[in-house]
Design a protein around this ligand. Structure first.
Ligand code: BF8
Ligand code: SF4
Length: 636
């Protein structure tokens, strides 16, 4: 059997041999050393929930079929899975909480580094949340919106759904979720409930455990939704912006600061502060001043709002350091490889952690607090400039690879582009083209990279196939990073890969919006929390057509997923009625009950379901078939 390629990213393929020569270990070396990976873990049948264990179920039926307490494979797999969903929800919603608390501080006048950048959006949100904003001072509106969002973390009455889940979904879906008992009332309480019900000796009915997981996944949705919308209020609602992506965005003659992680609260301020500290960088010998680049979802956030170039996505974060040109990598939360500090030891690069609850041994910690954000940002830029002075020019190898990428397609930006075709009824041109078949359906690409797949390859293969089949594509997270790096977020990609009817529609919209050509082939919707933007678009279409989400020719795909957050996102997508492809075999196959529920029974219950397919060509074919089936269901 031929060995699977690590990546199709040319910048990474340029750097990997250099890393090898220098004896620097990367994620792919550690993956190779880890093989074969534990078969029990792969199937999800290993339980470490109590210290009588670890227990593992023999998948071949010869050895133990129950753990020491009597839990069977179904219970064990379901518990392991929903704990992942709880962790994903905790991660996203903690991010959301920080944003909501900062908005509250802004409303109360205590956060001088921040301001309300999109007042209209804040008022629209307040309307949506029934807070009657008309005539109120904008700071008062900020306070009320923040408090209504924080209510979603503290409400004790189980019968009252979370505000953000209730007001952003179709009425039919809300009713269905309430009827099923999976509508969250309080994000934190739902996460705690999952931890409680999966404690030793509690919920042992696999399907019941899974229903608890669905509620947790919807708590994840709620947290990311408020996070996205309130971030727009504070930092601006993204609009299309042309920028570059891949490691070639690093500059030899600049102080390169890579911002990595997820939360825009710090990265936005760093961008502001860096602009003012250019002269200091120049004095230190950096002719081009300071060059900020992004990695992972922080990268997506600042790319969408400021056109900051994206250096790379998840799996190649170490590679940024291996260029020898990154002076500081500033990290906040989530998806930051602990390996970064070991790689950085071979260079002059400073790894700077910023969050008290996210430190890495060997990193420099510069604590970030919202009330002293500018001071923290200044300190960070100073550390980067000092590090630049120590850069060893002989070790600099910036790969000459970068692609143009058009980012910034928030739901508002898409509606704005469409309104150039029909000002009174902006969604009409989109819906007309879906109904007449020029656009066959919509696919949302989300999720990570995973060493179990060739980096970026699944995304690209599936997208090219869907493009040929006239499917409109949206992307977030590291999937968006893939498309940005590979040039699929360009007008040229539309010309090259879109089917004729899709191309015609994208060209009509693009030209009307003054882009002098088509919209890009894949629309960059932002970071992982920004998956809620795709729901906004889908709900608007569903409401206009008078159907629920599970009737739309809409699919999702996370072909290289790995994180607990991605598990939570995939699960809420299914819970909202969206057929969702995953390209990595999930760690649930040790339970027929769990596998069957998620891939089949969910369809009857929710309309959405998981499609597991590791082969990208076949995955694309399955997604096209689902879209056709949905079209048939709608009679179009
Ligand atoms: O939230 S796609 S690897 S960076 S988890 Fe992480 Fe996955 Fe990337 Fe952003 Ni999302
Ligand atoms: Fe084993 Fe049960 Fe303890 Fe899990 S909870 S480790 S199956 S005894």
């Amino acid at each position: 059997m031929s060995k699977m390629k690590n990546t199709i990213d040319p910048a990474v393929n340029y750097l990997l041999p250099l890393a090898k020569k220098a004896g620097i270990e990367t994620v792919w070396d550690r993956f190779a050393a880890m093989k074969p990976q534990c078969g029990f873990g792969e199937l999800g049948v290993c339980c470490r929930i109590c210290w009588k264990g670890p227990c593992r179920i023999d998948p071949f039926g010869n050895g133990p079929q129950r753990g020491i307490c009597g839990a069977d494979a179904n219970t064990i797999v379901a518990r392991n899975l929903v704990r992942m969903m709880a962790a994903g929800a905790a991660a996203h919603s903690d991010h959301g909480r920080h944003i909501a608390l900062t908005l509250l501080e802004v409303g109360e006048g205590h956060a001088p580094a921040y301001r309300i950048k999109d007042e209209q959006k804040l008022r629209n949100i307040a309307e949506k949340l029934n807070l009657a904003p008309a005539g109120k001072d904008i700071r008062q509106v900020a306070k009320e919106v923040a408090l209504a969002s924080l209510d979603d973390y503290s409400r004790q009455k189980r019968s009252i759904p979370c505000n953000w889940a209730k007001v952003t979904l179709t009425a039919e879906r809300v009713d269905k979720l309430v009827d099923l008992g999976v509508m969250p009332h309080n994000i934190d309480a739902v996460i705690a409930e999952i931890m409680a019900r999966t404690h030793v000796g509690c919920d042992a009915d696999a399907v019941n455990v899974l229903l608890g997981g669905l509620k947790g996944a919807l708590a994840d949705y709620t947290g990311m939704c408020l996070s996205t919308e309130l971030s727009d209020v504070l930092f601006g609602t993204p609009e299309p912006v042309v920028t570059k992506a891949n490691l070639g965005v690093l500059k030899e003659d600049a102080v390169n600061i890579a911002i990595h992680g997820h939360n825009p609260l710090l990265s936005e301020i760093i961008c502001d502060v860096a602009l003012k500290m250019n002269e200091e960088a120049k004095k230190a010998g950096a002719k081009e001043g300071i060059n900020i680049v992004g990695i992972c979802c922080t990268g997506n956030e600042v790319m969408m709002r400021r056109g900051i170039p994206l250096a790379t996505n998840y799996l190649s974060q170490e590679m940024a350091i291996i260029t020898g040109a990154v002076d500081a990598m500033v990290v906040d939360v989530q998806c930051i490889m602990p390996a970064l500090t070991s790689v950085a030891e071979c260079f002059h690069t400073e790894i700077i952690t910023t969050m008290p609850e996210n430190k890495i041994t060997g990193a420099t910690h510069v604590e970030f607090r919202e009330d002293s954000a500018v001071d923290s940002a200044k300190k960070i830029v100073e550390v980067a400039i000092e590090a630049f002075k120590k850069r060893d020019k002989r070790k600099v190898n910036i790969p000459d690879y970068k692609q143009t990428a058009i980012a910034g397609f928030s739901a508002e930006a898409i509606v704005a582009a469409l309104s150039k075709l029909d000002a009174k009824d902006p969604l009409k041109p989109l819906i007309d083209n879906i109904v007449n078949g020029n656009i066959q359906g919509i696919a949302l690409f989300a999720g990570c990279n995973n060493t179990k797949a060739t980096q970026d390859d699944n995304f690209i293969t599936i997208a090219k196939e869907l493009a040929k089949n006239n499917v409109l594509m949206l992307a977030t997270g590291c999937g968006a990073g893939t498309f940005a790096k590979t040039g699929l977020m360009t007008q040229e990609a539309t010309e090259a890969y879109a089917g004729e009817s899709l191309k015609a529609v994208l060209t009509a919209i693009g030209k009307a919006a003054g882009l002098n050509g088509p919209l890009p082939l894949v629309l960059h919707m932002g970071s992982c929390v920004d998956n809620s933007r795709a729901v906004n678009v889908a709900v608007a279409i569903a409401n206009k057509l008078g159907v629920d989400l599970d009737k739309l020719p809409l699919v999702a795909s996370a072909p290289e997923l790995m994180s607990e957050k991605a598990v939570a996102i995939g699960t809420w997508a299914v819970t909202l009625g969206i057929p969702t492809h995953i390209g990595i075999v999930p760690q649930i196959m040790g339970s027929s009950v769990v596998a069957e529920f998620l891939t089949e029974k969910a369809k009857d219950l929710l309309g959405g379901y998981f499609i597991v397919e590791t082969n990208p060509e076949q995955a694309a074919a399955k997604l096209v078939a689902v879209i056709k089936e949905r079209r048939k269901g709608l009679g179009i």
